[in-house]
Design a protein around this ligand. Structure first.
Ligand SMILES: Nc1nc2c(ncn2[C@@H]2O[C@H](COP(=O)(O)OP(=O)(O)OP(=O)(O)O)[C@@H](O)[C@H]2O)c(=O)[nH]1
Ligand SMILES: [Mg+2]
Length: 283
């Protein structure tokens, strides 16, 4: 599983995060009065909430866990739509980007978030605090329905979170004719995002569990043949180009942040900022 080669297939500035941190710290959205809104989506338990916490941990330099996570699994732990801002320096000051956390997708009908609600959220129709109902989508007469969303309410970057430690994105025979229900729902969201012009990146989480050598040393990530194959698989099945797929280890048990773990999270974050700006340019 963890067979590795010696050469890295993608190079990153391990532990040397100053340039990326400066990009993030200096970032100002080019649209006035608009915060860059990134929304996570993906299968239940993939690490969506953990990823939001991990970004906050990197930027605050200490482990935070505001977006509640769960290790039991089974059904989605996140039930409501919530936007997370990250404090920048003084209390009351924030980075000009927001992360929206949602309920996970589940393969069975009537469980997990409705794909329709994910689409409504992308368009800015879902107000903060909405409790997702797995059996019916948000209706226009609901108090949490925003009938007139501004550019700021809309989602500008979609972040697809896929657990790197599960097999089964593909069929057993490794062809792509019959995607699983999970893949169908993920793709449906992607296609809707494409139609709205929303850029997308994918995060491959739990790489420490997926590959023992990465568990031992995170710097082995771009040497792992297993992860390379996994990324090709995600790209092939979902259609996200490999250059937009970022393997990440979330902070989930650490007591302190670590420069190498930060490096991977910052690669993803700087790409989100760049993709978000592309979206604003194209408006
Ligand atoms: N080893 C490891 N565990 C992780 C990683 N990311 C998340 N986890 C664990 O996976 C479990 C689920 O993580 P969550 O962040 O709650 O997942 P979620 O996608 O928000 O799940 P729902 O809200 O239930 O849809 C938690 O126990 C996390 O600690 C990772 O990169 N590595
Ligand atoms: Mg969650």
């Amino acid at each position: 599983m963890g067979n590795s080669q010696t050469k890295e297939w993608r190079s990153v500035p391990w532990g040397n995060n100053e340039i990326e941190l400066q990009i993030v710290k200096k970032y100002q959205p080019s649209k006035e009065d608009v915060q860059l809104r990134c929304m996570v989506y993906g299968p239940v338990g993939a690490g969506k909430s953990s990823f939001i916490n991990s970004v906050e941990s990197v930027l605050r330099g200490k482990i935070t866990d505001r977006a509640k996570t769960d290790s039991i699994g089974g059904e989605s732990f996140t039930k409501t739509y919530k936007a997370y801002k990250i404090r920048k320096g003084e209390p009351g000051t924030h980075y000009p980007f927001v992360f929206n956390d949602i309920m996970g997708l589940e393969r069975d009908e009537g469980r997990g978030v409705c794909v329709e609600d994910v689409k409504l959220a992308m368009k800015g129709h879902v107000k903060d605090g909405y409790k997702f109902n797995p059996v019916s989508a948000l209706s226009e007469d609901d108090q949490h329905y925003n009938s007139d969303p501004s550019l700021n309410d809309r989602v500008h970057v979609l972040v697809c979170v896929i657990p790197g430690n599960i097999a089964g994105l593909q069929n057993d025979n490794a062809t792509l004719q019959l995607p699983t229900e999970d893949v169908k729902k993920l793709r449906e969201v992607r296609l809707a995002a494409r139609d709205m012009g929303i850029p997308e990146i994918a995060i491959l989480t739990k790489i420490d569990e997926a590959c023992p050598e990465v568990g031992k040393d995170i710097r082995n990530v771009y040497k792992s043949n297993y992860l390379k194959k996994k990324m090709e698989e995600v790209s092939g099945v979902l259609g996200v180009p490999q250059s937009r797929i970022f393997p990440v280890k979330n902070y989930h048990e650490e007591l302190n942040t670590n420069d190498d773990i930060d490096t991977l999270i910052l690669s993803a974050l700087t790409q989100m900022i760049e993709s978000g700006e592309d979206f604003f340019d194209d408006l």
